[in-house]
Design a protein around this ligand. Structure first.
Ligand code: ZN
Length: 142
C-alpha cells in the first residue's frame, strides 16, 4: 500500500491541470503521507493549487514454486506459454494434482494417446506446465 499525492495547478481560465504527483517511495503509511501532505499544503496553497490524495492497494499472491522453477528447466516440462499454435494443455483432476498434464492437438487427441474423457481441469485451472513424459517426447520429435 502507498499514497500518491496529486497536485494540480490552476490555469488562467480557472481550470486545474496536473502539476505533479508523488511516488510510492515517499508515502507508504498514514504518518508518512500526513507529514508530506502538511508540507505540500503549505507550499502549494489554495486556490492556486488543488491537492488530492490517492491510496493504492497492492495484492500479493502465493506462487507455485515448481511452476516457477520449470521455466528455468525446459527439460523437466514444457510451459504452455511456449507451445506451438494448435497445441494446448489437457489434464483431468488427477493429472493436475500429480503434475502430469498432457499436450493435446486441436481437432485430435493427446499426443500420448490418453483419451480426453473428462473436463479439462488443466485448462480451467490455468496450469502452465506439461508433465506427461510421453507427450513431451512426441512433441519434441515434432
Ligand atoms: Zn500425455
Amino acid at each position: 500500500m502507498y499514497y500518491e499525492i496529486n497536485v494540480a495547478q490552476r490555469n488562467k481560465n480557472g481550470d486545474y491541470n496536473y502539476f505533479f504527483a508523488t511516488t510510492k517511495r515517499l508515502a507508504w503509511d498514514k504518518r508518512s503521507v500526513a507529514t508530506l501532505l502538511k508540507a505540500l499544503v503549505a507550499a502549494f496553497p489554495k486556490p492556486e493549487y488543488e491537492i488530492s490524495v490517492t491510496r493504492w492497494e497492492e495484492q500479493g499472491y502465493g506462487e507455485d514454486i515448481q511452476k516457477l522453477l520449470a521455466y528455468l528447466n525446459p527439460e523437466s516440462g514444457i510451459s504452455v506459454s511456449n507451445l506451438k499454435p494448435g497445441f494446448y494443455i489437457f489434464g483431468n483432476r488427477g493429472n493436475v494434482s500429480s503434475n502430469n498434464c498432457h499436450i493435446a492437438k486441436s481437432g485430435a487427441s493427446t499426443l500420448c494417446g490418453t483419451p480426453m474423457l473428462s473436463f479439462n481441469h488443466a485448462k480451467a485451472q490455468d496450469i502452465d506446465v506439461i508433465g506427461c513424459p510421453k507427450c513431451i517426447e512426441k512433441y519434441k520429435k515434432g
